[in-house]
Ligand binder design. Structure first.
Ligand code: UD1
Ligand code: UDP
Length: 360
C-alpha cells in the first residue's frame, strides 16, 4: 500500500509525527510538504525534533490569497500524484493544504483518507470550515476524533467510511510530553524566559477572525492580558506579529512577553506549566484540556465542544471586559473530567490498521 500524505501547516506536522510512525509498519508513505508554512520555526523545527520522515517533495507554495495558494497547490499535487501513482491520499485537518490534497486526489479518483474528519464550527465564514466540509464530502475514509464529529457527519448524511478513532493529538501529547520533560535542553525554556511553573499564562493568536479585526482587536485582547495578575507569554504566529508589535509600541504593555514561535516540545512544556491558556487555536484548546490546564478560547464558537464541559474551556468575545472576566472568574469543575471523549491515545494505530485492512 502506497500512501501519499499532504501536509503544509504546523499542526499537520505534529499530527503526522504520530500517524507516520504507525503507518510505517503497514505502508510505504510519501510525504508532500506544500510549503504553506516555511519559516524555520513554523516548519523545519518540527521535522527535526519529532522524527517525521523527510518530505519527498516540497512544493514551495508559500503564502498568498486563498485562491492563489490553494490553486498552486492543486496543480503541483496533481503532478505528484501522476508521478507517484499512490493507492491512497492522506490529509489532516482543515487548512488550504488539506483541501488541495483532497481535491487533487478526488478528481483523479484516488481515494482520500481524512484525519480529523467531522469537525464543525457551523460558521461557514471560516476558511477552515469550508475546507473541512468540502474535504469530508469527498473522502472515502473519515477518521473522527470524537463522537461529536461522527454525529456531525451523520447530520450531513455521511456514514460510510466513518470511524471514531480518537484524536491523534492525544497520541502526540502522550508521546512527546514525557520526552520533553526528560530533556534538560527543553526544560531550560522556563529559565530562559524567566518564568516559573503555574506563575504565568500562555496565549496564542493567529486566526483570520482575530487578525481581520486589525490593530483594534489586538489592542482589546492585550488590554485584557495587561490587567491579568500573572504575566502572559505569547509565542506569536508570524501572521499576528506585525499587529502585536504595533499594539505593544502604541500601548507600552508590561505584562505581555512576546516570543518567537517555539518547537512542539517547548510548547508542550509551556502549556503544561501555564496556570491558564488563552487562545484562538484549535489544537491548543485541546492540549490545554489534555494537560488539565484551564483555557479561555478567544472565539465565539469552538469545534471542540467537549472541552467546554465543566468550564475547563470557556469562550470569550474579542472584548477586553469579557476576556478579563472569563480569565479571572472561571473555576473549572474537576468532576467534569471523568469522561475521556478523545479516545485511548492510540488513534494513529487505529488509523493504520483500518487502512491496512481496507477492502478495495
Ligand atoms: C493556517 C491555516 C489555519 C491553521 C494555521 C496553523 C488555512 C486557511 N489556515 O493559517 O487553519 O490554524 O495555518 O498555524 O489554511 N507566515 C509566515 N511564515 C510562515 C507561515 C506564514 O510569515 O512560515 C505569515 C504570512 O504572512 C502569511 C500568514 O502568515 O500570509 C498566514 O499564513 P497562512 O498559512 O496563509 O495561514 P495561517 O494563519 O498560518
Ligand atoms: N505550537 C507550537 N509552537 C508554537 C505554537 C503552537 O508547537 O509556538 C503547536 C501547539 O502546541 C499545537 C499546534 O502548534 O500542537 C497548534 O497549531 P496552531 O495553533 O498553529 O493551529 P490550529 O491548531 O489552530 O490549526
Amino acid at each position: 500500500m502506497k500512501i501519499l500524505t499532504v501536509v503544509g501547516a504546523r499542526p499537520q506536522f505534529i499530527k503526522a509525527s504520530v500517524v507516520s510512525r504507525a503507518l510505517s509498519r503497514v505502508a510505504d508513505e510519501v510525504i508532500v510538504h506544500t510549503g504553506q508554512h516555511y519559516d524555520k520555526n513554523m516548519s523545519d523545527v518540527f521535522f527535526e525534533e519529532l522524527n517525521i520522515p523527510k518530505p519527498a517533495y516540497n512544493l514551495g507554495v508559500g503564502s498568498g490569497s486563498h485562491g492563489k495558494q490553494t490553486g498552486e497547490m492543486l496543480m503541483k499535487i496533481e503532478e505528484v500524484i501522476f508521478t507517484e501513482k499512490p493507492d491512497i491520499m492522506l490529509v489532516y485537518g482543515d487548512t488550504n493544504s488539506t483541501l488541495a490534497g483532497a481535491l487533487a486526489a478526488s478528481k483523479l479518483h484516488l481515494p482520500v483518507a481524512h484525519v480529523e474528519a467531522g469537525l464543525r464550527s457551523y460558521n461557514m465564514r471560516m476558511p477552515e470550515e469550508q475546507n473541512r466540509v468540502l474535504t469530508d464530502h469527498i473522502s472515502t475514509w473519515l477518521f473522527c476524533p470524537t463522537q461529536t464529529a461522527v454525529d456531525n457527519l451523520k447530520k450531513e448524511n455521511i456514514t460510510a467510511g466513518v470511524d471514531k478513532t480518537g484524536d491523534v493529538m492525544l497520541d502526540s501529547v502522550l508521546h512527546f510530553l514525557a520526552l520533553a520533560r526528560s530533556n534538560p535542553k527543553k526544560t531550560a525554556i522556563y529559565g530562559q524566559l524567566g518564568i516559573a511553573p503555574k506563575q504565568y499564562r500562555l496565549a496564542t493568536l493567529h486566526r483570520a477572525e482575530t487578525t481581520d479585526g486589525g490593530l483594534d482587536a489586538i489592542v482589546r485582547i492585550f488590554d485584557a492580558f495587561e490587567q491579568l495578575p500573572q504575566p502572559v507569554v505569547i509565542p506569536i504566529h508570524p501572521r499576528t506579529r506585525p499587529l502585536a508589535e504595533e499594539a505593544i509600541k502604541k500601548r507600552g504593555y508590561r505584562n505581555i512577553q512576546l516570543i518567537d514561535p517555539v518547537g512542539y516540545l517547548e510548547m508542550l512544556l509551556l502549556t503544561s506549566g501555564a496556570s491558564q491558556v488563552l487562545t484562538d487555536s484549535g489544537g491548543l484548546q485541546k492540549e490545554a484540556w489534555f494537560m488539565e490546564v484551564p483555557c479561555v478560547t478567544l472565539r465565539s464558537e469552538t469545534e471542540w465542544v467537549e472541552t467546554l464541559e465543566g468550564g475547563w474551556n470557556v469562550l470569550a468575545k474579542l472584548e477586553t471586559d469579557d476576556i478579563y472576566r472569563k480569565a479571572t472568574q472561571t473555576v473549572p469543575d474537576p468532576s467534569a473530567r471523568e469522561k475521556m471523549p478523545f479516545g485511548d491515545g492510540k488513534a494513529s494505530e487505529h488509523i493504520a490498521s483500518i487502512l491496512s485492512n481496507r477492502k478495495e
